[in-house]
Design a protein around this ligand. Structure first.
Ligand code: ATP
Length: 319
């Protein structure tokens, strides 16, 4: 379990993490979301004890992580997959870590097999692709068979097969009762992998909920209604908070009412309905809605910037 309690981090006059409190429970994959610069990596670094909080604290399995006597068995982390010496082989990198952490060397071959690097384990890490480096980072995180796994952007650089692999791996780790905390910019991936979400914006907690509730709470859903009485039903349904749009000769798009309310209204008015389909916003749409106010780096409208130069901020568009 990871307990983040009133955690803050200030760099100069910039409050990068602002009084964050949340708990990451064992047995589930929890996604960590926020626009660029929201403070996710800084929070993960404080969880790892790599950055000292300005205020508040983080407990990993009940105590500050730097106090752990068996750190690699307590928590495995992937924070920067590039932080491995390029001249070393993957196997030697893992062996060195195993030796200094009292981990049997047989575990090295085990994790190499788990991440699919057995065949290239004796090759120099400097020659690895981004995806291979990412796999080695995951192998490093899992070396101590940790109870808590924290991965910053684990999907980065992985091909579709790799994405599927990491999704299955994370789900299996959670099913084994471990605490799994991952950040990702890929919303569709997060929707498939995580069951809980912690969302932050400008360092502040915006949501700590399940993926299902996060999407259900977002506005922007609509109901498609198919009926030969489209004009009459549109008149019946329209109201101050209800918008009805014609999508086809026998099709309406209704916002502001549930499928159940529409079905009941049509039935009471004796109007036949041959299609009634509720559309929920995607996780991506829900995320954009929630974080719109706290996005630090907005992409400029291309139409309005066609004659101006592009600044670094506009390149780093919010994802
Ligand atoms: N060592 C540092 N010194 C000063 N400012 C920093 C430092 N580290 C991070 N920041 C600032 O803190 C803010 C949050 O950065 P952080 O990397 O934690 O965000 P993030 O949510 O991980 O972003 P991204 O999604 O782009 O990776 C940014 O404005 C960043 O410039």
């Amino acid at each position: 379990m990871i307990e983040v309690e009133h955690l803050s981090k200030r760099y100069g006059d910039h409050l990068v993490v602002d009084d964050l409190t949340f708990t990451v429970e064992p047995g589930t994959v929890t996604g960590f979301l926020g626009p660029n610069g929201a403070g996710k990596s800084t929070t993960m670094r404080m969880i790892a004890g790599l950055d000292a909080p300005t205020a508040g604290r983080v407990l990993v399995n009940g105590r500050p992580y730097p106090q752990s006597s068996r750190p690699m068995a307590e928590m495995g982390m992937l924070l920067d997959a590039k932080g491995i010496h390029p001249g070393r082989s993957a196997r030697n990198h893992l062996l060195a870590l195993a030796q200094t952490n009292a981990i049997p060397s047989s575990r090295v071959d085990e994790v190499l097999a788990m991440v699919g690097l057995t065949d290239v384990a004796r090759g120099r890490v400097g020659g690895f692709s981004l995806g291979m480096g990412q796999r080695l980072g995951v192998a490093t995180a899992l070396l101590g068979n940790p109870q808590v796994v924290v991965l910053d952007e684990p999907v980065n650089g992985l091909d579709p097969e790799g994405v599927l692999w990491i999704r299955n791996l994370l789900t299996t780790l959670a099913r084994e009762g471990r605490t799994v905390f991952i950040s990702s910019h890929l919303m569709s991936e997060m929707a498939l992998t995580a069951t809980r979400l912690v969302v932050i914006g400008q360092g502040k907690l915006l949501a700590d909920t399940t993926v299902d509730d996060f999407v259900a709470d977002a506005t922007g859903g609509w109901v498609t209604v198919g009926t030969p009485d489209a004009d009459e039903l549109a008149v019946l349904l329209r109201g101050p908070a209800v918008e009805v749009r014609r999508d086809g000769p026998e099709q309406l798009r209704v916002t502001g009412l549930t499928a159940r309310q529409i079905g009941t209204a049509a039935w009471e008015a004796h109007m036949p309905v041959h299609e009634l389909a509720a559309h929920q916003p995607s996780l991506e749409e829900a995320f954009m809605q929630m974080t719109r106010e706290s996005v630090e780096y907005h992409a400029a409208d291309p139409a309005s910037t066609s004659t101006t130069s592009t600044t670094p901020e506009t390149v780093g568009a919010a994802s």
